[in-house]
Design a binder for this molecule. Structure first.
Ligand SMILES: [Zn+2]
Length: 412
């Protein structure tokens, strides 16, 4: 393995040998980059530790016809399909065993026989594969997809799980067709083995040896769904975002132009309309003109309501505002106080990527599970961004259409 304190370049080159081990065996979840074989020698953690148990809960996702082409054992029994989506197969919990290749075991419907499958397997004749995914990664990805889809194509009724499968499969086929069979990174469809100077490694596959020894894998191994300390973290962010952080928006109005269309409506009617609109739509409406910005005030009350009802940040689906109130102390201001900078908090919590250094100090107490949830959410956002713009390009050509700002609409 070389000297622990050797140069960074040498370190990364040598460390790749272990990364190869994990990737060549195909034993990692393509959404989070974590191995299904926690005891596989890539780190010294205790796989039986309760906080890592979410990494032991995974299922196989594919199309129904994939189940036959990826089946390794003969027999007439079938595993149970827990999906009720036409054409999509989602297994019960699977078991993993590394036996020369990445093999996954499912029980048949009677619960008496085992059936073995080879996931992430590719052949020139195959148009699809099976994906082993952690249940927590599935839940986070499906929530992210539902949210992003509702903002782009609200009339699309295709189930998010089906979209997820096709996004994964499209990327998998593209990578395998473009790469040689010996390319060890071919299953890394979201480039999770990479690292950036600003944000660090994208997954444990991008970590160097010093980071492993320093225990930096822990945040990648933190449960992204069942997060300890999320409410208290948000509460602390609120407390540290007092009135001095409030952003005051002063909008000078040009009076020369007569109000047009919806701008003519009285504020009371606009407020009533907005009661039925998603937060992101209200923000977009607010930005359409200076007159609308004056009529639809995005004040702290607006951001407070949007944040605490969960309508602003879909990745904070489990904020418990009643629980947050229990953190109040006599010295704290009232929970609904206007003294807090709700807009500033809303903006801060919109962030999904966090730089290694120089980040907002209010994020210092962030639970590792929340960090990991944001990482997986961002992976899906990035994937859909690319696929969505590919689709637009096919339909409209390079016409300069750019909806990126709409997709990212939020507090600025
Ligand atoms: Zn995962």
């Amino acid at each position: 393995m070389g000297n622990l304190w050797s140069s960074q370049v040498d370190e990364d080159e040598e460390w790749e040998n272990d990364v190869h081990y994990s990737m060549e065996s195909g034993t990692f979840c393509v959404m989070c980059g974590n191995s299904f074989d926690l005891s596989g020698g890539v780190c010294n953690l205790n796989p039986k530790d309760q906080r890592y148990q979410w990494l032991c809960n995974y299922r196989l996702l594919g199309q129904i016809e994939d189940m036959n082409t990826h089946r390794l054992t003969s027999g007439h029994t079938e595993p149970l399909n827990t999906s009720n989506i036409n054409g999509i197969f989602l297994s019960e919990r699977a078991m993993f065993q590394l036996a020369g290749q990445a093999d996954f075991r499912l029980q048949d419907e009677s619960g008496t026989d085992d059936i073995w499958y080879n996931a992430l397997w590719y052949s020139q004749d195959s148009e699809s594969t099976l994906f082993p995914l952690h249940e927590a990664c599935l839940e986070t990805s499906v929530r992210a997809l539902e949210h992003l889809r509702s903002r782009r194509e609200p009339t699309d009724s295709e189930p998010a799980l089906k979209i997820l499968y096709h996004v994964l499969n499209k990327r998998f086929l593209y990578r395998h067709r473009a790469a040689g069979q010996d390319d060890f990174a071919v299953n890394d469809i979201f480039d999770l083995r990479h690292r950036s100077r600003l944000y660090g490694p994208c997954s444990v596959m991008g970590m160097n040896r010093i980071e492993w020894c320093g225990g930096h894998y822990d945040r990648f191994y933190a449960d992204p769904v069942d997060i300890n300390g999320l409410d208290s973290f948000i509460f602390e962010v609120l407390l540290s975002s007092s009135s001095q952080d409030k952003l005051v928006e002063i909008i000078p109005l040009a009076t020369a132009q007569e109000p047009q269309g919806i701008e003519r409506l009285p504020v009371e009617i606009l407020d009533t309309i907005c009661d039925y609109l998603p937060t992101q739509t209200i923000v977009k409406l607010h930005r359409t003109s200076k007159r609308m910005a004056l009529k639809l005030q995005l004040d702290d009350a607006f951001w407070r309501r949007s944040l605490t009802t969960g309508s602003l940040h879909a990745h904070l689906w489990d904020i418990d505002t009643e629980n947050m109130k229990t953190f109040r102390q006599p010295s704290n201001v009232n929970f609904s106080s206007d003294d807090w900078g709700w807009r500033s908090v809303a903006k801060l919590l919109a962030t999904k990527q966090f730089p290694i250094t120089g980040r907002d100090p209010r994020l210092n107490g962030m639970p590792p599970g929340f960090w990991n949830r944001c990482r997986i959410w961002h992976t899906i956002e990035r994937a859909l961004d690319l696929d969505y713009f590919d689709k637009l390009k096919r339909e409209h050509g390079d016409s300069g259409i750019d909806f990126r700002d709409e997709i990212r609409a939020g507090p600025t």
